[in-house]
Design a binder for this molecule. Sequence first.
Ligand code: UD1
Length: 369
Amino acid sequence: MKVIISGGGTGGHIYPGLAVARSLEEKINDIEILFVGTADGLEADIIPKAGYELKTIKAEGFSRQLSLQLIKAVTKTGIGVLESYRILKEFGPDLVLGTGGYVCGPIVLAAALQNIPTVIHEQNAYPGLTNRLLAKVVDKVALSNQAAEDYFKAKDKLTVTGNPIRPEILAKQESIAYQELNLKPEPKTILVFGGSRGAKSINQALVGIYKQLEKLDIQLLHVTGKKDFERIATEAEELGINDFESGKIRIKPYLYNMEAALAVADMVISRAGATGLAEITASGLPAILIPYPYATDNHQEHNARALEKAGAAKVIIDDNLTADRLWSVLKVLLNDEDKLAAMSKASLAAGEPQAAEKLINEMMVLSRN
Ligand SMILES: CC(=O)N[C@H]1[C@@H](OP(=O)(O)OP(=O)(O)OC[C@H]2O[C@@H](n3ccc(=O)[nH]c3=O)[C@H](O)[C@@H]2O)O[C@H](CO)[C@@H](O)[C@@H]1O
C-alpha cells in the first residue's frame, strides 16, 4: 500500500501525520509512505529527522480579505497543485491523507481531482480554513472532536476518530526515558513547552519563578521553542542558572524526543494546542494550560476549558499570566498530592490512545489497495 501524508506549518499538524505513518508501518508489512510539505514549514525539519522522505511543493495560507497577499497565495497554491500532479504521477499513491494546515491543500486537492481516495484529519474543535475547503472534495473527514461536526456540511463524510498519537509516546519506557534525558525518577519533574514553536509569555513567566523553583525539590525541563532559546538562556545565566544539561533547571530549544519528556513528567505547563493536549492526556498528566490567545476563534481556550471541566487541568488566561500568578497556581498544586493524583486520573480518562488505529481503519476502507 502506498500512502502520501501531508500537513504542516506547525507541529500540531505534522505529528498526527507521523503518528499515522508509524502506526501504518506497525500494522501493514508492505507499506510505502511519502510525506509532502513545504520547504519552510516545521515539516522540513521534523519529517527527515523522523526518517521519512519529504517532497516539497509551494503553498501559502489564504488571508481572509481580498488583498495582494491573497492573490499571491492563490497563485502559489496553483503552482503547488501542478507540482502535486507530478508527485502523484511518480509515486502512484493508493490514498492521500491531509492533516491540516495550508501545506496539505495542493496535494489533497490534486489527488481528489484525479479520483485518488482522500482523507483529511482535523485536530481542533474549530476546524481550520484549509480543511473546511478541502472537505468539499475529499472522500472522508476524520475529526478529533465531535464538536467540529457543526462546521462541515457533508455529514455523511464525517467520522470521529480522536487525534492520533505517536506509538512511541504510548510505549515509551520510563527507565529509558530518564537515561535519555539524564533525569532521575525522584524528585518530581515539571515539563514546560509552548506548543511546537514555543510561547514567549510562558517563557517569560517561567524565568520569573526560576529562583523560587530552584529552592524546591523538583526537576524542571523547560522547552522554550527555538526562537526564544537564546534570550531565555541569557536571562537564566544572569540569574546564575547555567547548568542546562544536569542542573535542576534544564533549558532546551526543542525536543525531538518528546516521548521521553512525557514519560518522565509528573506535570505539564503548556499551551493548549490540540495535538499537545492529546499527548498530555494519553500520558495521563495533570496540566496548567495557558491557551494561545490568537488561535482561530480562540480554539485553544476551548480545548483548555474542556480539560479543566474534566478535572484534568487548571487554566490561566494569557492576559492574566504573570510570574506571580503562575507561581501561585503551581505552588498550590505541588503541595496537594491528592489533587495531582485526581487530575492525573481525569487526564488519562480524557485521552484517546486508539485514535491512530481508528483513523487507519477508515483509510483502509477507502484505499485502492
Ligand atoms: C498557534 C497555533 O495556532 N497553534 C496550533 C498548532 O499548534 P502547535 O503546532 O503548537 O501544536 P500542539 O501544541 O497541538 O502540538 C505540538 C506538537 O509538537 C510537539 N513538540 C513540541 C515541542 C517540542 O520541543 N517538541 C515536540 O515534539 C508536541 O509533542 C506536539 O506533538 O496546531 C494545533 C493542532 O492543529 C492547534 O490546536 C494549535 O492551536
